[in-house]
Design a protein around this ligand. Structure first.
Ligand code: ADP
Ligand code: ASP
Ligand code: MG
Length: 412
């Protein structure tokens, strides 16, 4: 007998039929004696619909109210999923985050799970009932409804698995595992049997939507066995996120390609080339809660330097406004920007022991005549910024350059 936390994402609960399929799957586990805690997201498209409604009221809605609004999507799916389980003859009860309770801290719309009370869930499990918990939401110290950031239901599931000491956290989604890149962009991408936490965390943080970055961080920290599986197929091993690096075969140089479509860059020309300029430019942006990602400062000439950095596209207008005012104050030149850029990254622990990885990536882009606007590297990743119109072409070219395609792909 094992205890599983099983999370079903938006498409997996996207219709009455899909919810019934989820209930049938859970019922099969329960029938073999396993204990299951279910986490569900809102039905597919619902969270976006709610965001659009808020935007129609106000271009910059109050974040507290945004959380109350967005959390409503999951309330619908927990109730429907519990009903479907009961219809299958499985005792089940739905729970909102504050009923469990899932305590969070930090800012609205991007809060973090601090602690989960397990009493109520354990009582259900002991009594043979399946708790169906709302993903993505929490309750803060003042009793406010909070949310964990888009895609955050994965993190709810992993945090529950940690709190309940579950045997495995299974993330059921619309693909049958983690691939070498998004299979929607590169159809011959290959499913990985295993990927290390370290690589998965990079992939997720660099834009691979399949897992919420914090869920990977949590699973790594608490040693949770985390597996990505398809809710549309009956069996198949999925992808196990693991601590071990593969030692049975030679470690590939690059394990996967991730990309983020929603990037923007801001350039300050002719900033004074003196100490403290970077911190003066970035300071107000960070203080406004905007994440600054890649930063490039050119070699100065004639006492002046150019300075470029990237932010998420949604923060572009705010960041631009803040930087313009700092640039004016310090007597810098023109502030320009581009919000039609994307970031593409090659990730792999194998990079540590291989030279020339960056060149392979740059050559692949050059061969397609794609101009690289910015570059950043770390021990296990190389990221480039290119014009958004080259996204698909660039991802395919890099994927091919590292020989990641599906030759020998396991049949599932
Ligand atoms: P859910 O609603 O189940 O949480 P998401 O849409 O958040 O599902 O995540 C699944 C999607 O992630 C897939 O449909 C796929 O398009 C995308 N994706 C991006 N990168 C990868 C990758 N490397 N491997 C698998 N899927 C990926
Ligand atoms: N429903 C939320 C979203 O669309 C959370 C999730 O799907 O994980 O972002
Ligand atoms: Mg998701």
């Amino acid at each position: 007998m094992a205890l599983y936390v099983q999370k079903f994402g938006g498409t997996s609960v996207g219709s009455v039929e899909r919810i019934r399929a989820v209930a049938e799957r859970v019922a099969r586990f329960v029938a073999t004696g396993d204990q299951v805690v279910v986490v569900v997201s809102a039905m597919s498209g619902e969270t976006n619909r709610l965001v659009d409604l808020a935007q129609a009221i106000h271009s910059d809605p109050e974040e507290r109210e945004m959380d109350v609004l967005l959390a409503s999507g999951e309330q619908v799916s927990i109730a429907l999923t519990a009903m479907a389980l009961i219809d299958q003859g499985v005792a089940a009860r739905s729970y909102l985050a504050d009923q469990v309770a899932i305590h969070t801290q930090g800012q609205h719309t991007r809060s973090r799970i601090k602690k989960i009370d397990t009493e109520r869930l354990r009582a259900d499990i002991e009594a043979g009932r399946v708790p169906v918990v709302a993903g993505f939401q929490g309750v803060d110290g003042d009793g406010n409804v909070t949310t964990l950031g888009r895609g955050g239901s994965d993190t709810t599931a992993v945090a529950l698995a940690a709190a309940l000491e579950a045997d495995e956290c299974q993330i059921y989604t619309d693909v049958d595992g983690v691939y070498t890149t998004d299979p929607r962009v590169v159809p011959d991408a290959r499913r990985l049997d295993r990927i290390t936490f370290e690589e998965m965390l990079e992939m997720a943080s660099l834009g691979a939507k399949v897992l919420h970055p914090r869920s990977v961080e949590f699973a790594g920290k608490y040693g949770i066995a985390l597996r990505v599986l398809s809710s549309f197929e009956d069996d198949g091993p999925g992808t196990l996120i693991t601590v071990e690096e593969s030692n049975t075969m030679e470690q590939p140089v690059v394990s996967g390609i991730a990309f983020a479509r929603d990037e923007a860059k801001i350039t300050v020309q002719g900033a004074p080339d003196v100490p403290g300029v970077a911190s003066k430019m970035i300071g107000p942006v960070s203080a406004a809660g905007i994440d600054v990602d890649m930063i490039v400062q050119n070699v100065g000439a004639a006492g002046q330097t150019d300075f470029t950095f990237t932010v998420k596209r949604g923060d572009y207008a705010d960041a631009m406004r803040l930087v313009r005012s700092v640039a004016d104050e310090m007597g810098a030149g023109e502030v320009t920007g581009d919000n039609r850029i994307v970031k593409i990254s090659a990730v792999g622990v194998g990079m540590r022991s291989h030279a020339g990885v960056a060149m392979r990536m740059f050559d692949a882009l050059a061969a397609e005549n794609i101009n690289i606007q910015m570059i950043s590297t770390s021990e296990i990743k190389i990221s480039v910024v290119v014009d958004e119109k080259y996204l698909e072409l660039a991802v395919r070219a890099i994927h091919e350059a590292f020989e990641l395609s599906g030759n020998g792909k396991e049949e599932v």
